[in-house]
Design a protein around this ligand. Structure first.
Ligand SMILES: [Zn+2]
Length: 386
Protein backbone atom coordinates (compact mmCIF):
# COMPACT_ATOMS: atom_id res chain seq x y z
CA UNK A 1 0.00 0.00 0.00
CA UNK A 2 1.52 3.27 -1.05
CA UNK A 3 -0.66 5.74 0.78
CA UNK A 4 0.81 8.61 2.64
CA UNK A 5 -1.45 9.39 5.52
CA UNK A 6 -0.05 12.63 6.79
CA UNK A 7 -1.81 15.07 4.51
CA UNK A 8 -4.23 16.45 7.07
CA UNK A 9 -3.91 19.44 9.33
CA UNK A 10 -1.40 21.60 7.56
CA UNK A 11 -0.83 25.21 8.35
CA UNK A 12 0.17 28.07 6.11
CA UNK A 13 3.02 30.34 7.04
CA UNK A 14 4.08 33.35 5.06
CA UNK A 15 7.05 35.53 5.43
CA UNK A 16 8.34 38.93 6.15
CA UNK A 17 8.38 41.90 3.87
CA UNK A 18 12.12 42.60 4.00
CA UNK A 19 13.05 39.53 1.99
CA UNK A 20 14.47 39.69 -1.53
CA UNK A 21 12.31 36.68 -2.26
CA UNK A 22 9.30 35.33 -0.46
CA UNK A 23 9.27 31.75 0.71
CA UNK A 24 5.75 30.53 1.38
CA UNK A 25 6.27 27.79 3.92
CA UNK A 26 3.42 25.34 4.36
CA UNK A 27 3.82 22.67 7.00
CA UNK A 28 2.04 19.36 7.36
CA UNK A 29 1.65 17.90 10.86
CA UNK A 30 4.00 20.50 12.31
CA UNK A 31 4.00 21.82 15.85
CA UNK A 32 4.21 25.55 16.65
CA UNK A 33 7.96 25.21 17.27
CA UNK A 34 8.44 23.19 14.07
CA UNK A 35 6.43 25.75 12.10
CA UNK A 36 8.56 28.52 13.58
CA UNK A 37 11.73 26.81 12.34
CA UNK A 38 10.25 26.39 8.86
CA UNK A 39 9.25 30.03 8.78
CA UNK A 40 12.62 31.17 10.07
CA UNK A 41 14.53 29.15 7.47
CA UNK A 42 12.32 30.45 4.66
CA UNK A 43 12.98 33.95 5.94
CA UNK A 44 16.74 33.39 5.94
CA UNK A 45 16.80 31.92 2.42
CA UNK A 46 14.53 34.74 1.30
CA UNK A 47 17.24 37.20 2.30
CA UNK A 48 19.85 35.36 0.23
CA UNK A 49 17.97 34.88 -3.04
CA UNK A 50 16.29 37.29 -5.42
CA UNK A 51 13.10 36.25 -7.15
CA UNK A 52 9.91 38.09 -8.02
CA UNK A 53 7.95 34.85 -7.84
CA UNK A 54 7.07 33.40 -4.41
CA UNK A 55 8.78 30.09 -3.64
CA UNK A 56 6.25 27.55 -2.41
CA UNK A 57 7.67 25.03 0.05
CA UNK A 58 5.68 22.26 1.71
CA UNK A 59 7.39 20.71 4.73
CA UNK A 60 6.11 17.38 6.04
CA UNK A 61 6.92 16.33 9.58
CA UNK A 62 6.72 12.62 8.91
CA UNK A 63 8.19 9.26 9.83
CA UNK A 64 11.17 8.60 7.55
CA UNK A 65 11.67 5.20 9.15
CA UNK A 66 14.96 6.09 10.80
CA UNK A 67 16.95 6.17 7.59
CA UNK A 68 17.54 9.84 7.29
CA UNK A 69 16.80 13.19 8.92
CA UNK A 70 15.43 14.86 5.80
CA UNK A 71 14.52 14.23 2.17
CA UNK A 72 13.85 16.94 -0.39
CA UNK A 73 12.47 16.78 -3.90
CA UNK A 74 12.05 19.93 -5.98
CA UNK A 75 9.50 20.40 -8.70
CA UNK A 76 11.17 20.94 -12.07
CA UNK A 77 10.87 22.73 -15.39
CA UNK A 78 12.99 22.80 -18.53
CA UNK A 79 12.99 24.68 -21.84
CA UNK A 80 11.04 27.58 -20.38
CA UNK A 81 11.26 31.21 -21.60
CA UNK A 82 14.74 32.64 -20.81
CA UNK A 83 16.12 29.22 -19.84
CA UNK A 84 19.91 29.73 -19.90
CA UNK A 85 20.56 26.14 -21.03
CA UNK A 86 18.27 24.03 -23.21
CA UNK A 87 17.11 20.49 -22.42
CA UNK A 88 18.26 20.73 -18.81
CA UNK A 89 16.19 20.50 -15.63
CA UNK A 90 15.91 23.52 -13.38
CA UNK A 91 14.20 23.41 -9.99
CA UNK A 92 10.90 25.20 -10.57
CA UNK A 93 11.77 27.90 -7.99
CA UNK A 94 14.79 28.86 -10.12
CA UNK A 95 12.94 28.41 -13.41
CA UNK A 96 10.29 30.82 -12.13
CA UNK A 97 12.94 33.31 -11.02
CA UNK A 98 14.64 33.17 -14.42
CA UNK A 99 11.42 33.28 -16.43
CA UNK A 100 9.98 36.04 -14.25
CA UNK A 101 6.66 34.29 -14.27
CA UNK A 102 5.13 31.38 -12.42
CA UNK A 103 5.53 28.30 -14.61
CA UNK A 104 3.83 25.96 -12.15
CA UNK A 105 0.68 27.67 -10.85
CA UNK A 106 -1.08 25.60 -8.23
CA UNK A 107 1.94 23.35 -7.72
CA UNK A 108 4.44 23.52 -4.91
CA UNK A 109 8.08 24.18 -5.81
CA UNK A 110 9.69 22.09 -3.10
CA UNK A 111 8.62 19.16 -0.91
CA UNK A 112 10.69 18.55 2.22
CA UNK A 113 10.19 15.57 4.50
CA UNK A 114 11.64 15.87 8.02
CA UNK A 115 11.82 12.80 10.24
CA UNK A 116 9.49 13.08 13.21
CA UNK A 117 11.27 10.41 15.23
CA UNK A 118 14.64 12.16 15.53
CA UNK A 119 15.62 13.99 18.70
CA UNK A 120 15.31 17.57 17.44
CA UNK A 121 16.38 20.88 18.85
CA UNK A 122 13.80 23.38 17.58
CA UNK A 123 15.27 26.57 18.99
CA UNK A 124 16.40 29.26 16.57
CA UNK A 125 19.47 30.39 18.48
CA UNK A 126 21.92 27.68 17.46
CA UNK A 127 22.57 26.65 21.06
CA UNK A 128 22.04 23.03 20.12
CA UNK A 129 22.34 20.58 23.04
CA UNK A 130 24.92 17.85 22.47
CA UNK A 131 22.25 15.13 22.41
CA UNK A 132 20.01 16.71 19.76
CA UNK A 133 19.95 17.48 16.04
CA UNK A 134 19.52 21.11 15.12
CA UNK A 135 16.37 21.48 13.01
CA UNK A 136 17.31 24.90 11.62
CA UNK A 137 20.58 23.45 10.26
CA UNK A 138 18.82 20.52 8.63
CA UNK A 139 15.98 22.58 7.21
CA UNK A 140 18.36 25.19 5.76
CA UNK A 141 20.27 22.30 4.17
CA UNK A 142 17.12 20.67 2.77
CA UNK A 143 15.84 23.91 1.28
CA UNK A 144 19.16 24.21 -0.60
CA UNK A 145 18.45 20.88 -2.29
CA UNK A 146 15.11 22.25 -3.33
CA UNK A 147 16.83 25.28 -4.84
CA UNK A 148 18.90 23.11 -7.16
CA UNK A 149 21.52 21.29 -5.09
CA UNK A 150 20.46 18.06 -6.74
CA UNK A 151 22.16 15.84 -9.31
CA UNK A 152 19.29 13.51 -10.37
CA UNK A 153 21.89 10.73 -10.24
CA UNK A 154 21.28 7.05 -9.57
CA UNK A 155 22.86 3.65 -10.09
CA UNK A 156 20.68 0.76 -11.25
CA UNK A 157 21.95 -2.67 -12.32
CA UNK A 158 25.50 -1.37 -12.22
CA UNK A 159 24.80 1.53 -14.56
CA UNK A 160 25.08 5.12 -13.44
CA UNK A 161 22.51 7.54 -14.79
CA UNK A 162 21.32 11.12 -14.73
CA UNK A 163 17.67 12.01 -15.03
CA UNK A 164 16.04 8.68 -14.30
CA UNK A 165 14.94 9.17 -10.69
CA UNK A 166 11.48 7.68 -10.22
CA UNK A 167 8.67 7.88 -7.66
CA UNK A 168 9.60 4.40 -6.39
CA UNK A 169 12.98 5.79 -5.32
CA UNK A 170 11.32 7.76 -2.53
CA UNK A 171 8.33 5.48 -1.79
CA UNK A 172 6.36 5.41 0.44
CA UNK A 173 6.73 9.18 0.42
CA UNK A 174 4.47 10.87 -2.11
CA UNK A 175 4.91 14.35 -3.50
CA UNK A 176 2.30 17.10 -3.49
CA UNK A 177 3.06 17.81 -7.19
CA UNK A 178 3.37 15.48 -10.19
CA UNK A 179 6.73 13.70 -10.04
CA UNK A 180 8.73 15.24 -12.89
CA UNK A 181 9.33 12.71 -15.68
CA UNK A 182 12.98 13.41 -16.31
CA UNK A 183 13.46 11.56 -19.61
CA UNK A 184 17.18 11.17 -19.05
CA UNK A 185 17.79 14.91 -19.07
CA UNK A 186 20.47 16.32 -16.78
CA UNK A 187 19.90 18.64 -13.86
CA UNK A 188 21.55 22.03 -14.30
CA UNK A 189 23.68 21.14 -11.24
CA UNK A 190 25.06 18.05 -12.97
CA UNK A 191 26.28 20.02 -15.98
CA UNK A 192 29.01 21.44 -13.71
CA UNK A 193 30.30 18.08 -12.41
CA UNK A 194 33.64 16.76 -13.66
CA UNK A 195 36.15 14.12 -12.64
CA UNK A 196 39.69 14.57 -11.42
CA UNK A 197 41.10 15.00 -14.93
CA UNK A 198 38.45 17.52 -15.89
CA UNK A 199 36.21 15.29 -18.01
CA UNK A 200 32.64 16.56 -17.74
CA UNK A 201 30.13 13.95 -16.67
CA UNK A 202 27.49 15.29 -19.07
CA UNK A 203 29.79 14.63 -22.05
CA UNK A 204 27.95 11.65 -23.51
CA UNK A 205 30.79 10.88 -25.95
CA UNK A 206 32.83 9.83 -22.90
CA UNK A 207 30.08 8.91 -20.47
CA UNK A 208 26.91 7.58 -22.13
CA UNK A 209 23.76 8.00 -20.03
CA UNK A 210 23.14 5.48 -18.52
CA UNK A 211 26.40 3.53 -18.47
CA UNK A 212 28.82 1.50 -16.38
CA UNK A 213 31.33 4.30 -17.01
CA UNK A 214 29.08 6.77 -15.19
CA UNK A 215 28.72 4.39 -12.25
CA UNK A 216 32.51 4.20 -12.05
CA UNK A 217 32.69 8.00 -11.92
CA UNK A 218 29.91 8.27 -9.32
CA UNK A 219 31.91 6.04 -6.95
CA UNK A 220 35.38 7.42 -7.74
CA UNK A 221 35.68 9.71 -4.71
CA UNK A 222 37.08 12.26 -7.16
CA UNK A 223 34.22 14.39 -8.44
CA UNK A 224 34.24 18.15 -8.53
CA UNK A 225 31.83 21.02 -9.12
CA UNK A 226 33.51 23.37 -11.58
CA UNK A 227 31.43 26.52 -11.90
CA UNK A 228 33.03 29.97 -11.98
CA UNK A 229 31.31 31.41 -8.90
CA UNK A 230 31.77 28.30 -6.79
CA UNK A 231 35.47 28.13 -7.70
CA UNK A 232 36.07 31.75 -6.72
CA UNK A 233 34.25 31.12 -3.42
CA UNK A 234 36.47 28.07 -2.89
CA UNK A 235 39.82 29.89 -3.06
CA UNK A 236 40.08 29.32 -6.80
CA UNK A 237 39.84 25.57 -6.55
CA UNK A 238 37.22 23.21 -7.86
CA UNK A 239 34.69 22.17 -5.21
CA UNK A 240 35.10 18.59 -4.11
CA UNK A 241 31.81 16.71 -4.02
CA UNK A 242 30.80 13.71 -1.96
CA UNK A 243 31.29 10.63 -4.15
CA UNK A 244 32.06 7.67 -1.88
CA UNK A 245 33.10 4.23 -3.16
CA UNK A 246 29.69 2.87 -2.20
CA UNK A 247 27.02 4.87 -4.01
CA UNK A 248 24.43 6.40 -1.69
CA UNK A 249 21.28 7.47 -3.51
CA UNK A 250 20.25 10.78 -2.00
CA UNK A 251 23.75 11.60 -0.75
CA UNK A 252 26.34 10.96 -3.45
CA UNK A 253 27.10 13.88 -5.79
CA UNK A 254 24.71 16.48 -4.41
CA UNK A 255 26.68 17.26 -1.28
CA UNK A 256 30.05 18.81 -0.55
CA UNK A 257 32.69 16.33 0.52
CA UNK A 258 32.45 15.75 4.27
CA UNK A 259 36.17 15.55 5.03
CA UNK A 260 36.99 18.61 2.88
CA UNK A 261 34.41 20.72 4.72
CA UNK A 262 34.24 19.25 8.25
CA UNK A 263 32.04 20.56 11.08
CA UNK A 264 33.00 24.13 11.88
CA UNK A 265 34.11 24.88 8.32
CA UNK A 266 32.00 27.79 6.94
CA UNK A 267 30.92 25.53 4.06
CA UNK A 268 29.90 22.61 6.21
CA UNK A 269 26.13 23.09 5.88
CA UNK A 270 25.94 21.24 2.56
CA UNK A 271 27.92 18.15 3.56
CA UNK A 272 25.92 14.88 3.77
CA UNK A 273 26.15 14.38 7.52
CA UNK A 274 25.29 16.39 10.58
CA UNK A 275 26.26 15.37 14.08
CA UNK A 276 24.39 15.69 17.35
CA UNK A 277 24.90 19.20 18.67
CA UNK A 278 26.23 20.46 15.32
CA UNK A 279 24.93 23.85 14.19
CA UNK A 280 25.25 25.10 10.60
CA UNK A 281 22.83 27.98 10.02
CA UNK A 282 24.54 29.72 7.09
CA UNK A 283 24.96 28.15 3.64
CA UNK A 284 28.51 29.43 3.32
CA UNK A 285 30.25 31.00 0.31
CA UNK A 286 30.75 27.79 -1.67
CA UNK A 287 27.08 26.77 -1.60
CA UNK A 288 26.06 30.31 -2.51
CA UNK A 289 28.58 30.23 -5.38
CA UNK A 290 27.07 26.98 -6.60
CA UNK A 291 23.58 28.49 -6.49
CA UNK A 292 24.91 31.45 -8.52
CA UNK A 293 26.38 29.07 -11.08
CA UNK A 294 23.01 27.34 -11.37
CA UNK A 295 21.50 30.71 -12.28
CA UNK A 296 20.31 32.21 -8.99
CA UNK A 297 20.68 35.90 -8.26
CA UNK A 298 22.30 35.78 -4.82
CA UNK A 299 22.82 38.40 -2.11
CA UNK A 300 26.20 37.30 -0.85
CA UNK A 301 26.12 39.62 2.15
CA UNK A 302 22.66 38.65 3.36
CA UNK A 303 24.04 37.09 6.51
CA UNK A 304 25.16 40.55 7.62
CA UNK A 305 21.63 41.88 8.05
CA UNK A 306 20.12 38.50 8.58
CA UNK A 307 16.67 38.25 10.17
CA UNK A 308 18.22 36.07 12.85
CA UNK A 309 19.52 39.31 14.34
CA UNK A 310 15.96 40.67 14.71
CA UNK A 311 14.66 39.83 18.19
CA UNK A 312 11.06 39.10 17.20
CA UNK A 313 9.23 37.11 14.62
CA UNK A 314 5.50 36.76 14.13
CA UNK A 315 3.75 34.04 12.17
CA UNK A 316 1.67 33.12 10.37
CA UNK A 317 1.13 36.33 8.44
CA UNK A 318 -1.61 36.72 7.22
CA UNK A 319 -3.07 35.29 10.41
CA UNK A 320 -6.45 33.87 11.28
CA UNK A 321 -7.64 33.05 14.80
CA UNK A 322 -4.10 32.91 16.23
CA UNK A 323 -0.76 34.59 15.74
CA UNK A 324 2.45 33.51 17.40
CA UNK A 325 5.18 35.79 18.63
CA UNK A 326 8.57 34.17 18.64
CA UNK A 327 11.34 35.56 20.83
CA UNK A 328 14.54 34.86 18.92
CA UNK A 329 16.73 35.36 21.95
CA UNK A 330 16.06 34.67 25.61
CA UNK A 331 14.12 37.43 27.37
CA UNK A 332 15.71 38.75 30.53
CA UNK A 333 12.73 40.73 31.81
CA UNK A 334 8.97 40.83 31.16
CA UNK A 335 8.06 42.47 27.88
CA UNK A 336 4.85 44.34 27.06
CA UNK A 337 3.12 43.84 23.74
CA UNK A 338 0.34 45.86 22.14
CA UNK A 339 -1.86 45.00 19.22
CA UNK A 340 -3.02 48.22 17.53
CA UNK A 341 -5.14 48.89 14.49
CA UNK A 342 -4.26 51.28 11.64
CA UNK A 343 -5.81 54.20 13.57
CA UNK A 344 -3.45 53.54 16.46
CA UNK A 345 -6.16 52.25 18.80
CA UNK A 346 -4.92 49.58 21.18
CA UNK A 347 -7.11 46.51 20.63
CA UNK A 348 -5.29 44.07 22.87
CA UNK A 349 -2.26 44.07 25.12
CA UNK A 350 -0.36 41.81 27.45
CA UNK A 351 2.98 40.78 28.83
CA UNK A 352 5.45 38.16 27.74
CA UNK A 353 7.29 36.61 30.65
CA UNK A 354 11.03 35.87 30.65
CA UNK A 355 11.99 32.43 29.32
CA UNK A 356 8.96 32.41 27.02
CA UNK A 357 10.05 31.40 23.55
CA UNK A 358 6.73 31.13 21.76
CA UNK A 359 3.72 33.23 22.67
CA UNK A 360 0.24 32.82 21.16
CA UNK A 361 -2.33 35.60 20.80
CA UNK A 362 -5.95 34.74 20.10
CA UNK A 363 -7.33 36.91 17.30
CA UNK A 364 -10.86 35.52 17.39
CA UNK A 365 -12.47 38.79 18.54
CA UNK A 366 -10.83 40.98 15.89
CA UNK A 367 -12.27 41.99 12.54
CA UNK A 368 -10.22 41.47 9.39
CA UNK A 369 -7.69 44.14 8.52
CA UNK A 370 -4.18 45.40 8.95
CA UNK A 371 -2.82 45.67 12.49
CA UNK A 372 0.53 46.18 14.17
CA UNK A 373 2.02 44.21 17.01
CA UNK A 374 4.29 46.50 19.00
CA UNK A 375 6.96 45.03 21.24
CA UNK A 376 9.73 47.17 22.68
CA UNK A 377 10.21 49.78 19.97
CA UNK A 378 9.45 47.44 17.12
CA UNK A 379 6.15 47.41 15.20
CA UNK A 380 5.40 44.29 13.18
CA UNK A 381 2.73 44.61 10.51
CA UNK A 382 0.19 41.82 10.36
CA UNK A 383 -2.82 41.11 8.18
CA UNK A 384 -5.69 39.44 10.03
CA UNK A 385 -8.18 37.55 7.89
CA UNK A 386 -10.94 36.41 10.24
ZN1 LIG B 1 21.38 16.68 1.82
Amino acid sequence: MKRFLLLSGYSLLILNIHAQSVFQMQTVNGTPAFDAVANYCGQKWGEYLNSSIPIKVRVYFANLFGQTLGITIPNGRRDFPNAPVDSVWYPSALANALAGTELNPGEDDINIFIDNTANWYMGLDGNTPSNKYDLVSVMMHEIAHGLGFLALSDINNGEGSFGYVEPSDIAPLVLSFPFPEQEGKYAIYSTFIENFSGQELDDTTIFPNPSIELATQFTSNQLYFNGPNAVVANNNQRVRLYAPATFAFGSSLHHLNESTYPPGNPNSMMTPFIGLGETEHEPGPVALGILQDLGWSVNLDASINNPSKSPWMIFPNPAKEYVYIYAQSTLKSPCTWLLVNVSGTVCMQGTIQPSTELFAISLKDLVSGIYFIKIDNIALKILITN
